[in-house]
Structures are given as structure tokens and as C-alpha cells.
Design a protein around this ligand. Structure first.
Ligand SMILES: [Fe+2]
Length: 616
């Protein structure tokens, strides 16, 4: 069949040649701050405590993952290691990563037939000063140049084929394909995959089930933060938390399935694997921050080059670490470059991490969400439509009053414009949007809140009767924490005002489905049809689900002796997995928690809307 080429309208605003592919500062409201010098090791490595430690865990892949494109020859000098797709309005952003620059503007050939990729679109390259640089890492295991090519003005619900051509030593990709989003108002049923808190360790079952879901036609994946757990590079340094059943440095005796440690973790490293990419005996995490990102992204290529993979920020994307352990050995290491040492107290500050590992830098470069195109900001807050649903990604980490990651304005005393070094915290980040700093305690002072209000107000419910919101942080849980009040105060009134159907979150490493809740956790009994069926979207209550059990090195959260609160309908502290959300029509949707061990569903919930009027 003759295929008539579409006009290639996907030209991006900026195009950099490889020679000019220098770092482009993120166009946020605060970039990485370097007022105080970084005084730690040039490349923090987490395996200096015990070079003989075994990676542990059971049944998980080794920390050597294939690149997205298999090199054409063994003397590879540059390579496409990661390919990931995301939605933009009326199109798709093709994101790909290489260790070194290209010799031309990043380019994607594409078309409606795999044999006729007659369109070409070009985009832009961004980079950042990662440590170590890719010149110190295996070519097929490292990403330092991040390319984004937008294919826009595409037809809805249509399969397109694409190829990334060779450039500056890379090998051309195979011809790949994706399917565009259905237009808002398309009434056909569809399913999406929702996951949170994944990383590498403990996530193999989730990974298998996710790939199964992709093969069954899931439209896209939506990952609500805590993505690669790159910041747990130091888990070879710090003693494991007592409630982490799996721990890189072997200090835990509570392995899944119990001892003995599987034989595969005693095997020598495969040829070409560097000891600092997974520890001397392999293992579950890389001991380098950046390599954790590289490896996780390469692991996920199977999914991300086939379906759009939409992400939003979690606390583990913020910086190189969150807190110190006993004897403050991380303080001694990062602040004073002293290995096997200790410090009298934790003095981790914003300046303790290498500059490239602060302020969500890796997260900003390694993904390309449609913030700019939907009135939001970067990869932090944005929205998109698919068929009968409007999806809203909310930044639950920064850019609202008392956000868990703080802007400098909160560290500064009243007569300071900026905090001193000691007044900062290691996870200080943002703001990424405007804040009226004088009124930072008020929701209305935040660009994110203003955007959310406007975004929700503009939804045409006759086209997208379903509105689903997600941020990394839950508003309610039986594991009560003060941040939940802050997230509620920031966003819950708007979500109720505009009749949002469900609020999804992660952060707590378990599965918890709550009863439909009104303002301040009032159980909306009238919206409970039965244990597995709720009414939604009437502005009186929202369905809340904590879906934080995809995997990760920190393992499951546990409630211990604390009570399960009456707001909690289902709590699972044992199974890893993800959830499938199926929108059948304008009034019925089903949520299914897929257990990673392949034994079926851990929970099923039907959501019903009493009223929905569709436009014709
Ligand atoms: Fe988290």
C-alpha cells in the first residue's frame, strides 16, 4: 500500500549539534546552587566499607542490562543505551540517551509503515555534569547526553513506526513502534499501568507482570515517583534499617525466602562488568548514584521504547541522599572525603552532594514530560488526556506550603535572603515554579496550585468524565505522618471542588486502599456500595489508593503494632506489584492490584459514576 508521508511538523524549538551539545541549565526558578564548595570525594562510591560483601536478594537480574540498541560492532565508541517515550499533546516525545554527543541534531525517522519511515524530525540535546563522566564507564552502560525529539500533529490512536539513525559512532536502532493516545472523548475501553516506588531490588516480579501487561495492550505506564532509587547507592555504607528485609551490604539476615543466599550471587562478575557497577559480587544496586539510573533505565527499555512512560517526582529523585546512619559515616564521607570514618553528628547539607546530584538534576534530564506543553512545569506537574480520562500529575515533593523537600526560603531566617550552608538540608530542592515568597504559607502563592486549579477547571467532563490525580505522597494512610496533612491542605480542596475521582500515591511501601474520603478523612459512607465498589466524582469524596509496592531496596513498610485505622479498607504489607486501571466507559472503571508473584490480583475495586453526560 502506498503510504503518503505526513508533513514532518515535529521540529523542536532548539536544535544542538553534537559539538554544541553542552549543558543547558534547566529553565526552573532555582537551578543547582553552588555558593558553597563541594568537599566530598570526586566520585562517591558505596563499596569502600567491605570489598568482599555479597550482593543479596533472590532471583533478581544482575546489574548488567542490555542497551536499547545493540552495537553493530565490538569496538563501540558511542551507543543509544536508553529509549523512552512520553506523550505530548497530539504526539509523542522520543527520548534517547547516549554516553557521548552526536554529530548532528538528534533525529528520528518515522512513518505509518515500518518500510517507509519517510518523515524526519529533529530535536534538542541536554546534558549535565554527571560523576563519573561516561568516559570512565563502559560505553553500553552509561548515559550523559539526553536527546528529545518531538513527533507532533500525529493522528490519534494510531500506530507509528520509528527509527533512531546512527550518529557519531552509534548504531541505528531497529524499527520500533508506538501507538498514540486516543483523543479526548474517544469512548473505547482502555487500561493503564500505575506503579510507584520501584527501583531495582525486589522489583523483578513487578517487572515481569508489567511486561506481560504491555504485551496485553496496556496503553501507557504512569510511575508516581521513587523511580530508580539511585540515591540508595550508599546502602553499602550505612547499616541497613532494621525494617529493610533486603540490604545490599549483607547485614540483613531476613532475605525473602530466607537463607541461604542464592548461588548466583556468589558467581564472578560477567566479563565487562566493572566492580563498581553492582559491587564485587554483583548485587541488587549499583554503588554509584548515576549507574543506578543508567541500569534502571536500561532494564526498563523493554517497556519504555514501546509505550509512553509517564513519571512524576518522588523524594528519591531529589538528591544523592536523604539522611545519615549510625556514627554519621556519610557525613564524614561526603563532607570531608573520609572513608571508614565517623562524625560527631549528622551535618549533611544541600552542599554535601556533588552539584550534579542535587535539586532533581538527574530526574530533570533523564525524562521529558509535557509540563511546558500543558501549562505546567517540566517533569514536575502536567496533565494529559486519554480517551475518557484526564490524568493529572502533581508534584508532591516541592512547590506547595510545607512541601517535604524545601526551597531555600524556608531555611532562611527572617533577615536573610538565602540560608547559610549549615541552615540547608540535603534534600532542599526547588522551587521549580513561581512562588510569592512573601506569602509562601498560602496555597495561592504557588504556581503549581494556580496551574492545578486552572487545569481542573478547564476539563470538559463531557469528553473526559474521569479525572485521576497522582502525586508521590498520600493524603491518608494508617501509617500517619505529618506530610499527609500538608499534602491534604495543599490539594484536597481543589480535588474535591472539581470532583476528581481518584487520588493515587505511593511513598509508603505497601498497598493500601482507603474508603472514599471527604475533607479531613471523613468516610463517605453513602459512596460505599460494597467492599469492592465505590461511587466517585461527586465532589463529596475521593477514592485514595497507596500503590507503593513495586519493589525497591527498602522493602515493604510495616505497620508494626500500630492499629489499622478505620479509613483503611485493604492493606497488604507483603506482596510486590503494580496496578491496572481500566476505564470501561463513562460510568465504570476497575482498579486491580497485580501481584508480582504471578498469583493474580491482590485487590479489585470497581468505581461507578452516578452521572456522566458525554458529548456527541
Ligand atoms: Fe518516597
Amino acid at each position: 500500500m502506498l503510504v503518503v508521508c505526513e508533513l514532518a511538523l515535529g521540529l523542536s524549538l532548539f536544535a544542538l549539534s553534537a559539538d554544541a551539545a553542552v549543558a543547558i541549565p534547566f529553565q526552573g526558578k532555582r537551578d543547582v546552587d553552588t555558593r558553597y564548595p563541594y568537599t566530598g570525594p570526586a566520585v562517591p562510591i558505596g563499596d569502600w566499607v567491605d570489598q568482599t560483601v555479597k550482593g543479596n536478594g533472590k532471583g533478581f537480574p544482575r546489574l548488567v542490562e542490555p542497551p536499547a540498541v545493540k552495537p553493530a560492532n565490538s569496538t563501540v565508541t558511542n551507543n543509544v543505551n536508553v529509549i523512552s517515550l512520553s506523550y505530548i499533546p497530539n504526539g509523542v516525545n522520543v527520548h534517547y540517551q547516549t554516553p557521548f554527543g552526536l554529530d548532528a541534531n538528534p533525529t528520528v525517522h518515522w512513518g505509518l509503515s515500518p518500510s517507509n519511515l519517510c518523515n524526519s524530525s529533529t530535536g534538542q540535546t541536554v546534558s549535565y555534569d554527571r560523576t563519573p563522566t561516561c568516559s570512565a564507564v563502559v560505553v553500553t552502560q552509561c548515559s550523559q547526553y539526553f536527546h528529545n525529539v518531538q513527533l507532533d500533529n500525529l493522528a490519534a490512536d494510531t500506530t507509528y513506526y520509528y527509527q533512531i539513525p546512527a550518529s557519531n559512532g552509534t548504531t541505528a536502532s531497529q524499527t520500533l513502534s508506538f501507538k498514540t493516545a486516543r483523543a479526548a472523548g474517544d469512548q473505547k475501553a482502555f487500561t493503564v499501568a500505575v506503579l510507584n516506588d520501584m527501583g531495582y531490588t525486589n522489583a523483578h516480579g513487578t517487572y515481569q507482570q508489567l511486561n506481560q501487561a504491555v504485551s496485553e495492550g496496556v496503553a501507557f505506564a504512569w510511575h508516581g515517583g521513587d523511580i530508580s532509587y539511585a540515591d540508595d547507592w550508599y546502602s553499602g555504607i550505612l547499616p541497613c534499617e532494621s525494617d529493610w528485609p533486603v540490604c545490599y551490604n549483607g547485614t540483613s539476615t531476613n532475605l525473602p525466602g530466607g537463607p541461604p543466599i542464592p548461588a548466583e550471587y556468589d558467581a564472578p562478575l560477567p566479563a565487562g562488568e566493572l566492580p563498581n557497577q553492582g559491587g564485587p559480587q554483583g548485587g541488587d544496586m549499583s554503588v554509584l548514584y548515576e549507574s543506578n539510573w543508567d541500569l534502571w533505565q536500561q532494564w526498563m527499555n523493554n517497556l519504555t521504547l514501546k509505550i509512553p512512560y509517564m513519571v512524576l517526582p518522588g523524594n528519591h529523585e531529589a538528591s544523592c541522599g536523604e539522611f545519615d546512619g549510625p556514627n554519621n559515616i556519610l557525613t564524614a564521607y561526603l563532607n570531608d572525603d573520609k572513608t571508614n570514618s565517623s562524625a560527631p553528628k549528622s551535618e549533611l547539607t544541600y552542599y554535601s552532594c556533588p552539584p550534579s546530584q542535587r535539586n532533581f538534576t538527574a530526574y530533570q534530564n533523564r525524562f521529558r514530560m509535557p509540563g511546558t506543553e500543558t501549562g505546567g512545569v517540566g517533569n514536575f506537574w502536567y496533565s494529559f488526556d486519554y480517551g475518557l480520562a484526564h490524568f493529572v500529575s502533581i508534584d508532591g515533593e516541592t512547590d506547595f506550603p510545607y512541601s517535604p523537600e524545601w526551597p531555600f526560603v524556608r531555611d532562611a531566617t527572617s533577615n536573610e535572603t538565602l540560608p547559610t550552608e549549615a541552615q540547608t538540608f540535603i534534600t532542599d530542592s526547588g522551587p521549580f515554579g513561581d512562588i510569592d515568597a512573601e506569602n509562601w504559607k498560602s496555597n495561592e502563592a504557588y504556581q503549581q496550585w494556580q496551574w492545578l486549579k486552572q487545569d481542573l477547571a478547564s476539563v470538559d467532563r463531557t469528553k473526559t468524565p474521569w479525572i485521576i490525580a497522582m502525586s508521590h505522597r498520600p493524603m491518608y494512610s494508617s501509617q500517619v505522618s505529618s506530610y499527609q496533612t500538608d499534602v491534604r491542605d495543599a490539594f484536597e480542596p481543589l480535588l474535591l471542588q472539581y470532583g476528581v475521582d481518584a487520588y493515587l500515591a505511593g511513598h509508603i511501601h505497601w498497598y493500601e486502599r482507603l474508603f472514599p474520603l471527604g475533607r479531613n478523612g471523613t468516610i463517605a459512607s453513602s459512596n460505599i456500595v460494597n467492599n469492592n465498589t465505590y461511587y466517585t466524582g461527586d465532589g463529596k469524596s475521593i477514592t485514595h489508593v497507596i500503590n507503593g509496592m513495586a519493589g525497591n531496596i527498602e522493602s515493604h513498610s510495616t505497620l508494626g503494632d500500630d492499629p489499622v485505622l478505620n479509613i483503611t479498607a485493604v492493606l497488604n504489607q507483603r506482596n510486590y506489584g503494580f496496578s491496572k486501571f481500566t476505564f470501561h466507559n463513562a460510568t465504570t472503571a476497575t482498579w486491580q492490584y497485580v501481584k508480582g508473584d504471578g498469583t493474580g490480583y491482590g485487590d479489585q475495586l470497581t468505581l461507578l459514576k452516578k452521572n456522566a453526560t458525554l458529548s456527541r
